[in-house]
Design a protein around this ligand. Sequence first.
Ligand SMILES: [Zn+2]
Length: 256
Amino acid sequence: MGMQIQFRKSIWIIQFVSIIFFSQNIFAQEGLFKDLIKTADKLNQVLLDLTEVSDEEENQVGEELDKEIMKKSKATSTEKWDIKKVWNDVLKQVSRKKIKYSYKVIKEKDVNAYAIAGGKIYINTGLLDFIKSKDELAFVIAHELAHIELKHCIRRIQHGVNASKIDPTLGVVVQVAYNTYRLPFNKYEEYDADSLGVVMMMKAGYSKQGAIDFFTKLAELEKKYNADKRDPVNDFISTHPFANKRKEKIEGMKGG
Ligand SMILES: [Zn+2]
């Protein structure tokens, strides 16, 4: 009998201790969970800031930014190339189907083309005079579309908005977009847009040789610009020997 009572007492003590132990654990866990939730919230916020722009919102930013750009640019057309045909061929390769893609030819002699958020692409007449084949044109278009595919344009705006710490109304976002749209991408973004661009142009039935020819001529133009001490901020021409490096990478890619 005595043993049994003692045994029961022990069980009771063990249970009591267990309750205290588990309670403490629960409190500890609650604290831990709170911290975890806080961290997760912060993390979510960061991820949200970086990812949570819908394609519709991106289109809206693009529409507004385009209005600003067109206050200073003159749209024109060209008889030299069937841009529409090449554009439609390459456009079939994009995956972001909700983006409202469009292009404009801009009367401007710099050898340049650029893309903005929302899938709008601007091609200078200077570039259309510079290229010698529709394969080169296909590469330029595919390269610019690749910047949109890879979200380079909208991410740059998001980073700018985050850095400004201002409530991101559409007006603020468009202002940031306007302040940053002519800044060059970093070289990794350019390499990525080149390789995706080459994949897209080849799928569309064009030859990779167009990209190689384009960069061969561009390398010569870079030399000329450097010799002239010119420093154009340009999606294709840079101050360091960039075109040759880009050409080498494309030559190293599979397929023709
Ligand atoms: Zn580029």
